[in-house]
Design a protein around this ligand. Structure first.
Ligand code: HPA
Length: 245
């Protein structure tokens, strides 16, 4: 039996049409995960769901216990993680409510516990992170998007900022110059921790707003919520195509 995890981000604290069987309040050596692990069937597949910001959306990006979340999923027997993540769009084809499956990451976050490999080591450990997302899982997501009739953007560089504030316009200019195509706050260290535990990991980035300075409008929570609602509906359809036999 393969067990796939979905990590829900902003705009996805619960999964529609998820037939829940049970919940589990797991503890790890790193502390408690953001929420219970919620198990069930999603269009016939065994799925476990975790709400990255907590089920009441109360945990900000820099306070998420990423190690506890990833280790709890590993302990539960998960072999693949699909991470939903709200982002600001930088590239012109990444407008509000679009979905992208990014292919690369640049990490601008700081001060986060970002590795399992720091104490009581037999050897210093360096993981290969050249391609931070699982190529095979990315392909499956893109194929599911195609079958669902959704124009999913293939690839792009996810820039992870510290948050919780949004960026300045100058920061976005810098990130764009660095090669960033979209900006979010939770992609790291989540992706690296999954790699450390050898779990396939890929991201569906849902564009909540134009990144700072990319539109003349002020970025409001109302706008973010509105766009995420539309983007998450597409994401749910993509997942349905992914899991349906
Ligand atoms: N910046 C960073 N993270 C985000 C944004 C943004 O503009 N929108 C949604 N998550």
């Amino acid at each position: 039996m393969t067990l796939t995890a979905i990590i829900g981000g902003t705009g996805l604290t619960r999964l529609p049409e998820f037939e829940i069987s049970h919940r589990e309040n797991r503890k790890t050596q790193w502390g408690a995960p953001s929420s219970d692990l919620i198990y069930g069937k999603f269009h016939g597949a065994d799925v476990v769901f975790i709400a990255r910001h907590g089920e009441r959306h109360t945990i900000p990006p820099h306070r998420i216990n990423y190690r506890a979340n990833i280790e709890a999923l590993k302990d539960a027997g998960v072999s693949a993680i699909i991470a939903a993540a709200a982002v600001g769009g930088i590239r012109t084809d990444l407008g509000p409510a679009k979905i992208a499956v990014p292919s690369q990451i640049i990490d601008y976050s700081h001060g986060r516990a970002g590795t399992f490999f720091e104490d009581h080591l037999a050897h210093v450990t360096h993981i290969d992170f050249t391609h931070p997302y699982s190529p095979s899982l990315r392909e499956k997501l893109l194929d599911a998007g195609f079958r669902a009739g959704i124009r999913v953007v293939d690839g792009g560089v996810y820039a992870c900022t510290q948050g919780p504030r949004l960026e300045t316009a100058a920061e976005i200019v810098r990130i764009e110059r660095d090669g960033g195509d979209m900006v979010g706050m939770t992609g790291m260290p989540e992706a690296a921790l999954a790699r450390e535990l050898a779990i396939d990991y890929a991201c569906c980035a849902i564009v909540a707003n134009w990144a700072a300075g990319k539109s003349t409008e002020e970025i409001s929570m109302a706008e973010i919520e509105h766009n995420l609602l539309a983007g998450m509906a597409d994401f749910a359809r993509l997942l349905e195509c992914l899991f349906k036999p």
